[in-house]
Design a protein around this ligand. Structure first.
Ligand code: SF4
Length: 443
């Protein structure tokens, strides 16, 4: 698989740790286990009641529109990612490229992003933009004027599809009423709110400066401004977090009626204070706890009608993240800003992960690329297996051509996966063992 990982594998805090042990996975292949409590996609649809037929239709549309299944679909559309690296406070678990604004001239930064957008759009033949994602960092730290300027500039440079999905990541502590209005006026259609937890103690451990009330207020502000589509990001397996605190966070999030919930398993990322504490033995990583919290989220959220459409993501029908689905399917994406990763027609590059140096290079018309690689079809297939197996659409048979059939038969006979048409889809406990299963298929 590619060493240079794009936002396709970029998740807030990292992916759930289905590392629920290689040993556990190996033993599953050799002995008969009782069927998991976790229900597979087909069972989950039972909870959705009258939405069942709609969900099946949406899933059929997904497969039909999958550029890998149907090459005539969205091949000429790309996904746009903008990295806004500024954060008011630095969270001790976060490994993304970010920093406090310091002396950075935000206006100059936005000019730099637009300049890169212009250069890139001419070199990639200005295809139509299907989705936009402003991530970071904390994009909601840009002032309303700069948000306007950014979107106006992008609109002059790119052609947007008529129904472009425009996502913005926001931190509950960083915007108010006028900013929420600006987001809406600028065309933002979906906000991903970094709530992480509704427990004051857990938020304190995470170094977050907002409280539970701030999350509720932010959702109200967004909805009042006209942004209906709100996703709430939550995290579990945080040091000291109990199962009850996790349940309360999930319940509190549901009370705000979000359209989508992301539930990420904390992982200890190198070069973070959390990693240091983990290495020193102050924090522990207990697989049983991870599994219990994952199962709790699955049971609770699917019982409320959300569809578990990707390992860490749940959505009411029709509210899946189109942008992330684009990555998982292998769509082309253009990343702008320091540290942003792009993949266009098999060429992948990463921008300089240094805001000052990035702006210097942009200013003098130099290259912003710090790493470049060309992906082979075999590497792309491995990525598709790793990413699409995380989704309830599964991975198309064509990407499995290099996988020995006996390995696939092993997971199917263990009822960890099954064929849905031409797609291999994980089911039951297989959804928790995705990393081990991917290793088993491709090693
Ligand atoms: S606000 Fe988000 S991007 Fe910034 S440090 Fe915290 S987790 Fe990382």
């Amino acid at each position: 698989m590619s060493q240079l990982q794009g936002p396709c594998v970029r998740n807030r805090v990292a992916e759930p740790r289905e590392k629920v042990a290689e040993a556990q996975w190996t033993s599953k292949l050799t002995r008969q286990e009782p069927e998991s409590e976790i229900k597979g996609p087909r069972h989950r649809f039972q909870y959705i009641g009258r939405e069942v037929r709609r969900v099946h239709r949406l899933e059929a549309e997904w497969l039909l529109n999958d550029p890998l299944t149907n090459p005539k679909s969205s091949r000429d559309l790309i996904h746009l990612y903008l990295h806004i690296p500024f954060c008011r406070d630095i969270c001790p678990y976060c490994a993304f490229y970010k920093h406090k604004p310091g002396e950075t001239d935000m206006g100059y930064f936005v000019d730099g992003i637009l300049r890169e957008a212009k250069l890139r759009s001419s070199s990639i033949n200005a295809p139509e933009i299907d989705t936009v994602y402003l991530g970071g960092g904390t994009p909601s730290m840009l002032s309303p004027d700069l948000i306007h300027k950014l979107f106006d500039g992008l609109g002059d440079i790119f052609r947007f599809a008529p129904d472009t999905e425009i996502n913005l990541e926001a931190n509950p502590a960083t915007f108010g009423k006028s900013a929420a209005k600006t987001f809406a006026q600028s065309g933002v259609t979906r906000v991903s709110l970094g709530a992480q937890s509704f427990s004051p103690e857990v938020l304190k451990t995470l170094g977050r400066t907002h409280g539970p009330r701030g999350i509720a207020r932010s959702v109200d502000l967004l909805r009042a401004a006209g942004i209906e589509n709100v996703s709430i990001d939550l995290m579990f397996s945080i040091p000291g977090q109990t199962l009850d605190q996790w349940r309360e966070s999930l319940e509190s999030a549901l009370e705000l009626s979000p359209n989508h919930i992301s539930a990420y398993n904390l992982t200890y990322e190198e070069d973070t204070p959390f990693f240091t504490r983990f290495r020193e033995g102050l924090y522990t990583d207990i697989e049983e706890t991870n599994a219990s919290m994952y199962e709790l989220a699955h049971e609770l959220l699917t019982s409320r009608g959300l569809r578990h459409y990707e390992t860490s993501n749940y959505a009411y029908p029709g509210y899946e993240s189109r942008h992330n689905k684009g990555y998982w399917r292998g769509g082309d994406y253009l990343g702008l800003g320091p540290s942003a990763v792009s993949t266009i027609s098999g060429r992948r590059w990463k921008n300089i992960p240094d805001t000052a140096e990035y702006l210097v290079q942009i200013g003098k018309g130099g290259s912003t690329e710090s790493e470049v690689e060309t992906l082979t079809p075999a590497q792309l297939d491995l990525e598709r297996i790793a990413l699409m197996l995380r989704t309830d659409a599964g991975v198309h048979r064509r990407h499995l051509s290099e996988v020995p059939p006996t390995r696939i038969e092993a997971i199917v006979s263990e009822r960890l996966a099954d064929w849905k048409g031409e797609h291999l889809v994980l089911q039951g406990q297989g959804t928790m063992l995705v990393d081990s299963i991917v290793d088993h298929l491709v090693s």
